[in-house]
Write a protein that binds this ligand. Structure first.
Ligand SMILES: NC(=O)c1ccc[n+]([C@@H]2O[C@H](COP(=O)([O-])OP(=O)(O)OC[C@H]3O[C@@H](n4cnc5c(N)ncnc54)[C@H](OP(=O)(O)O)[C@@H]3O)[C@@H](O)[C@H]2O)c1
Length: 261
């Protein structure tokens, strides 16, 4: 799989990234079907398959239950083979999500992610928005903290997993990477992708398969084609704990990219 620049960050990422919510959290999630967390063997074999298929991007977060902890324990020395994206701002504990965008929490959260992922740097950290992107920017504390962590070399690129068009546009104007939503049924954030392409900022797409609400294989392929027809997309993050889906997604992505070439 040909790697793509993540905007101007200097990072090169595979156009398909592996989302890891389902490695660590199965409560209060909006997937079509309930599921059990995969055991260590299943996660290890999925990670190995993902590398074999050419993926080099993992998306995780403190809000994804034990996802970071499991990745840290299971990746070991292979951590350096991956570009790891994590987040700050949302914590999920005892079945409940809470948000904290303060300076102190942001620093403590990144330090916790570094320890948990057993690494001395994070490739990219995104503010995990609660939906009020504007308030997070206006307050500024989380972003100031991320800038300081970036200056200290603990974090390479910073951005926001935004939830509004205005928030996405501010992310593109002020930070390195935006994680935005785009899929066959939701295109409100296309102006964010256009602005990112114009400014050379990194774009990660979430919910490209509508969090699993895709009817069939044809819809999966049309979803990839739709996302990659947009300007400036670096990578689409798709979570799966099913090796057959991972293989299907790589094949569908390749067909979609060929059809767009
Ligand atoms: N920052 C945020 O606010 C935020 C919010 C949501 C997500 N994210 C990130 O963005 C990523 C994408 O999020 P998402 O909401 O799209 O959910 P997701 O966590 O990527 O889950 C994708 C769903 O699609 C299913 N799936 C994958 N490939 C499939 C295929 N070929 N056919 C049928 N079903 C398939 C998976 O089920 P199987 O396991 O059965 O394959 C899974 O249930 C997440 O993993 C996460 O990293 C961020």
């Amino acid at each position: 799989m040909e790697l793509r620049p993540l905007g101007s960050t200097g990072l090169q990422v595979s156009p398909l990234g592996l989302g890891t919510v389902k490695f660590g959290r199965n409560q209060q999630v909006k997937y079509p079907r309930p599921f059990a967390l995969p055991d260590d063997r299943a996660v290890l074999s999925l990670l190995a398959l993902a590398r074999d298929l050419g993926l080099n991007l993992l998306d995780t977060a403190p809000a994804y239950g034990s996802s970071q902890q499991r990745l840290g324990r299971l990746l070991g020395a292979a951590r350096r083979d991956w570009v790891i994206v994590s987040k700050v701002g949302e914590v999920f504990a005892d079945g409940v999500s809470r948000f904290d965008f303060s300076y102190a929490h942001t620093v403590a959260s990144v330090e916790h992610s570094l320890r948990t992922l057993r690494t001395d740097y994070l490739d990219c950290v995104l503010v995990h928005s609660d939906g009020d992107d504007g308030a997070i920017f206006d307050d500024g504390a989380a972003i100031d903290a991320l800038r300081e962590l970036q200056r200290r070399g603990l974090v390479r690129a910073i951005g926001m997993s935004s939830k509004t068009v205005d928030g996405g546009l501010r992310t593109v104007a002020e930070l390195d990477v935006v994680m935005a939503t785009c899929n066959l049924a939701y295109n409100d954030e296309l102006p964010v992708l256009e602005a990112a392409a114009a400014r050379g900022k990194g774009v990660l797409i979430k919910k490209g398969l509508m969090s699993g609400h895709v009817a069939d294989a044809d819809m999966v392929e049309r979803s990839f084609a739709h996302v990659f027809a947009q300007p400036g997309v670096s990578s689409m993050i798709v979570g799966t704990i099913d090796p057959a889906h991972l293989r299907d997604n790589v094949a569908a992505l390749q067909r979609a990219l060929e059809s767009l070439a």
